[in-house]
Design a protein around this ligand. Structure first.
Ligand code: HPA
Ligand code: ZN
Length: 334
């Protein structure tokens, strides 16, 4: 077997963790079509192929427009169950044993879909995943950063009724022009309520947004963070504190953060000692689930087996899994 086959084999057979996955971004065109019929919701596409060919993005905002449109077909608890269950089947296929998923209540509430409907559908599928496949999970609720801070407090209040299901809060949507400091009071309140905090930062936005996510929002992980290499002092801090950066290579290519995978900075980040790992972000829109992200990235950046091991080890270490389970998996993969 040559090195490439060895690497692909290793990626496929090793138990893995995913830490950056928007459940609404796992809505495949086939299910979008099915739900649009089931719920009698119009979508601006006639065929599945037409949906797929609309997925040509130039930046984050051009993607978000289509992503929020797609989410419009999600109405009932059953829809959120089906959506989540389809992602779980992909997890099983890719040998993901633990996943931490984001959801965006604010893209559903204004359409008259209740918080309880969303969280119950997602949670039911995740419980079944644990029972049927032993796949464990955590749920993180994201706030849409293009919206004002004030209405987010009501969303946080609703999340407080589901502390048994939601472990933390995050920040997603349009990054540029929506700095972390905009949500300072909200994140303070969330922490008071016992939620862990994370935030998308340094995807398209500047290194300052990573600094402020750490200093002001007190995040435990940075989602994306690929712009950190433009700030040497920041890199030193991230390395020293081993702050996890949940990198999403295929997403970065689709949204033109890098022009091609060969020019992605993941290998540089690894070599600097940053705690990075690979994730799929919005796999239905960006062309691949976790294994495909790992395999394509390994090929494009000539990653060796040690690099791949490190990425997978980092993902377990960076998860919000209970320490005992974390140790058990780390032992197993080594
Ligand atoms: N960035 C910001 N917001 C998002 C993303 C992303 O990659 N995916 C879904 N919402
Ligand atoms: Zn994301």
């Amino acid at each position: 077997m040559n090195n490439l086959d060895t690497n692909i084999n290793f990626i496929k057979k090793t138990p893995k963790v995913e830490l950056h996955l928007h459940i609404e971004g796992s809505l495949e065109p086939e299910l979008m079509f099915k739900l649009s019929k089931r719920n009698k919701i119009e979508i601006p596409f006639k065929t599945v192929d037409e949906i797929r060919s609309a997925y040509n993005f130039t930046n984050l905002d051009s993607f978000l427009k289509i992503y929020y449109e797609g989410s419009n077909v999600l109405i009932t608890e059953e829809d959120f169950f089906d959506l989540t269950w389809e992602y779980i089947l992909r997890c099983k296929q890719d040998n993901i044993v633990h996943t931490e998923i984001f959801f965006d209540p604010q893209s559903h509430l204004p359409r008259g879909v209740s918080f309880d409907t969303v969280i119950k559908g997602i949670h039911k599928a995740l419980k079944k995943a644990e029972k049927d496949f032993g796949i464990t999970s955590k749920i993180i609720m994201c706030f849409l950063r293009h919206l004002d801070e004030e209405p987010c407090f009501d969303v946080l209040k609703q999340a407080c009724n589901h502390k048994d299901k939601i472990i933390g809060v995050g920040l997603d949507s349009s990054e540029k022009g929506n700095p972390p400091v905009k949500f300072k009071r909200l994140f303070e309140q969330a922490m008071k309520e016992g939620f862990i905090t994370v935030a998308h930062a340094g995807e398209e936005g500047p290194p300052e947004y990573i600094w402020d996510s750490l200093d002001i929002l007190k995040v435990k992980r940075i989602d994306h963070g690929v712009q950190c290499l433009n700030d040497e002092k920041l890199v030193n801090k991230l390395v020293h504190a081993q702050i996890p950066l949940t990198v999403c290579p295929l997403s970065n290519i689709k949204l033109c953060v890098f022009d091609k995978l060969e020019n992605h900075n993941l290998k540089k980040m690894l070599d600097r000692g940053l705690r990075v790992m690979v994730n799929s972000d919005d796999p239905a829109y960006f062309g691949g689930y976790l294994n495909k992200n790992l395999i394509e990235t390994s090929k494009a950046l000539n990653l060796n087996l040690e690099d791949i091991k490190k990425l997978i080890e980092n993902s377990f270490k960076s998860s919000f899994l209970e320490n005992e389970k974390k140790e058990k998996w780390l032992e197993k993969i080594n």
